[in-house]
Write a protein that binds this ligand. Sequence first.
Ligand SMILES: [Zn+2]
Length: 753
Amino acid sequence: MRRFAPLAFLIVFAALISFGADEQLIQGFTRDSSAAERQREATFRSLISADNQREYMQRLSARPHHVGSEYDHANAEWILSKFKEWGWDAHIETFNVLFPTPKERVLEMIEPTKFVAKLQEPVVPDDPTSNQQSDQLPSYNAYSSDGDVTAPLVFVNYGLPKDYEELDRLGISVKGAIVIVKYGHSWRGIKPKVAGEHGAVGCLIYSEPGDDGYSLDYVFPKGPMRPIDGVQRGSVMDFPSTSPGDPLTPGIGATADAKRLALKDVTNLTKIPTLPISYGDAEPLLAALTGPMAPQGWRGNLPIPYHVGPGSAKVHLKVAFNWDIKPLYDVVARISGSEHSDEWVIRGNHHDAWVNGAEDPVSGQVALLEEARSMGELVKQGWRPKRTIIYCAWDGEEPALLGSTEWVEAHDSELKEHAVAYINSDGNGRGFLGMAGSHTLEHFMNGVARDIQDPETKLTVLNRLQLDTISEAKNDDDRKEARDRGDLRMEPLGSGSDYTAFIDHLGVASIDLGYGGEDDNGIYHSIYDDFYWYTHFSDTNFVYGRALSQTAGTGVMQLADADLLPFEFTDLADTIYMYVKELKKLADDARDEAVERNKEIDEGLFAAVNDPRRPKIAPLREVVPPHLSFAPLDNAADALTLSAQHYQAALNKNGIAGISPTVLQSLNHRLIQSERQLTNPDGLLRRPWYKHMIYAPGVYAGYEAKTIPGVREAIEQKHWDEANSEIVRAAAVLQNESSLIDAASAELEQAAH
Ligand SMILES: [Zn+2]
């Protein structure tokens, strides 16, 4: 079990009794340094105040603070003044980026009946900031192209590639049509991308009440869910298949004198005009659709029959934007390391919002600030971290991860050399610890989570997460794994927050943290994500804000003070085995499905089951995929496992107490490069900005990670030759990782002699 001695016990007795079992040692510390570290971390956690977080939130979310707004700049200056007040060496780093805002938005139905969409979120009398209309960005999708189209309407479910296959079978084409699509099940930018690829000329994305409206709970202000006129703003830039950041300066920092592309040469805007709408505005449009009934799983909870269309419904959509360059204000603060100032532990959360943004991002930002205040307090009491700690409050995350990406691109070579790890958050809520990230840090994060107390159950947050994982498990194997595997698994990182440039572009080991799972929320990216909503419906007393500070701050301190950096490779190797197994199954399933489909066509199955009154078109014959050559990946996974076990054995056998500082430093320099080894300088095919060969956001998923993406997406997209060559490229980075680990093991063993 994962129980750990209660904290108070440790603080009192750590110095008095010597622990026989090594489980009391923090990974990467000696017996002495571990005891001191535990004491310091306990002090840090006791300094974190929930009330302070409430105060910071009230200040930061008091007015709308999107990129380019007055209050965005004022918040950055305020955050800067706080870091300075708390003793940090802080400054603002400015970039200049393309940030479109709406100039014109028109959505109307002209046939069979006339309807003009409101496109406006009304003031809610109980909610004191919902009336700040002069400062609010209207509801829109950033980086939609300009456009003015009139066309029939077609409902396309969530707008995923498989939804269009279903439409094909219904005999419905979206060519020349405007599609109406539900939010969810993919990152929103994928929806206009796929619609455009299928020939649509416009895209409306609506919030379905079955997903975040009245079907889940009362709507705001009586409850937390999306009211009838609530709209989800958000970016639709096609960054998963190009790159995030400023579209005018791909791959380089958007500094004042950077060389910029002309707007006409930008490649990552949507191909078709796109607009987000409320379910109030969507209902008359959907109700006007005729044609076949939508498949069962597509139907939502509006009180209408859901037809696919097109029928006689004809819609006029016009959007035009101000294509302005706006300043970004990244606040960057540091505490210089006492021994290894050239090794950087980085922590970040964005400060910009779509509107007031109490939940997204301020609930995460206030946790970060409280960590900074408490670490400043420790410094005043005499602590100096061994490594340099850098805290970042990013601007411009919402439009396209702008602030973090530009900073990473501007400091590319320094970061490749110096960055130990990056810890991200992006909002917070009540419930279970969410931890995702690099599997070289999975063991480390499990250790951190074992030291944090859950505010509701008083269990450790790790134990609570473990029990939740068991309760959510789908089968015996998953339950057994959650009980018996040494560490709880971390999900891989896809995209959708500021870790993207760190891990995907540079190969800096990254972790994303946040609590959640207990509260539903229907205010995401609307004017109602504000202090009133957060303090009525989310972590109302900020105890999970305190837990987030304690979790992330403990992680930062451990990374900054460890004698030997706590990278661990057996979890990585185990995870790679799992991914390779998944890839083989994916390829086998594709083959089985093609064989089965062709057999059904030969049997005349589709004609036999067809209902002539609701006709469906039979699918086409498929080419049966060839067998792939997985041997290079199998061999690389085996090699990685041996190397990882060898390193662990060398560590377990000799410990680190007797190793000289020079050797430790050399080992640490190797370990810092361990995530970099998983990148390839040429990057992924067709999207070279993405260098990591193990994790990437899916080209047709966006938020969701595709692991071993070169191979996985080649299989999913049926590029069979490419799958074979990508197997070789993925295997190569794993072999490089093994070599690095072997060199570290050799150094450890030599130091022991
Ligand atoms: Zn956010």
